[in-house]
Design a protein around this ligand. Structure first.
Ligand code: SAM
Length: 227
């Protein structure tokens, strides 16, 4: 009952964010519509809700961040989604991008390694009212073999190199987006499987928190404050 006026109030801020994304070059109407439908203020800590519709990354706890909306939008645009895809996301974080994806594809599978974030993300995703998301607590660098292959794989953390299990779980015609570089800065790499062959191209410089795991960076270091 109390939430409704607040949600209504923030709808204006959400529409301004959508307009800002359009002005920054995001053209895919279905991506813009997903941003309009997804209440980012429900995915950030309560004390940061007043900043939820800034085009900026924000801390979500456990040393991690919810990425800048423009970064999410560009990622989603690069996937050229049609609505029929099965998508694997590595790095659920707050669950915000998971819900954006849920509005754009048939089925989302998402993996997070930090239990506290996964618990909060499960709740956020439930409150967002989408029912085409499955989540897993674990090391996303080994993928989720049970439901493979995937039409698209999005990695939301920076890797030293592309984890082989993720390439193995990419469907024919599928796309994998992953930041590759050092712990501070990476290049967004787009890998595609065509006729059984993997082709790769660098898209843009990006800054993501490290992808930790058996096919990522070692150790238990937290994020670096990137996207
Ligand atoms: N897209 C998310 C959102 O909308 O809130 C933010 C993702 S945040 C930039 C990166 C996430 O990747 C962090 O939550 C981090 O714990 C997670 N991560 C890092 N290494 C991982 C791994 N091996 N498996 C699963 N998640 C991992």
């Amino acid at each position: 009952m109390v939430a409704r006026p607040v949600d209504g109030e923030l709808r204006g801020a959400r529409l301004r964010l959508v307009e800002a994304l359009r002005e920054k070059g995001i053209r895919d109407l279905s991506v813009l519509r997903a941003f309009e439908m997804t209440p980012r203020h429900m995915f950030v800590p309560t004390g940061l809700r007043h900043r939820a519709y800034e085009d900026a990354p924000l801390p979500i706890g456990s040393g991690q961040t919810i990425s800048q909306p423009w970064v999410h939008a560009r990622y989603l645009e690069l996937l050229h989604l049609t609505g029929k895809e099965r998508v694997l996301e590595i790095g659920t974080g707050s669950g915000y991008q998971t819900v954006l994806l849920a509005h754009l594809v048939a089925q989302v599978f998402s993996i997070e390694r930090i239990p506290a974030l996964m618990q909060q993300a499960r709740e956020n995703i439930r409150r967002a009212g989408v029912n085409n998301v499955s989540v897993l607590l674990g090391d996303g660098t080994i993928g989720w073999r049970e439901y493979a292959p995937y039409d698209a794989i999005l990695v939301s953390a920076g890797a030293p190199s592309i984890p082989q299990p993720l390439l193995d779980q990419l469907a024919e015609g599928g796309r994998l987006l992953i930041p590759v570089g050092d712990r501070e800065e990476q290049k967004l790499v787009v890998a595609e499987r065509k006729n059984g062959q993997i082709t790769m191209r660098d898209e843009a410089p990006v800054r993501f928190v490290p992808l930790l795991g058996s096919h990522g960076w070692n150790g238990d270091a937290g994020g670096t404050g990137g996207a």
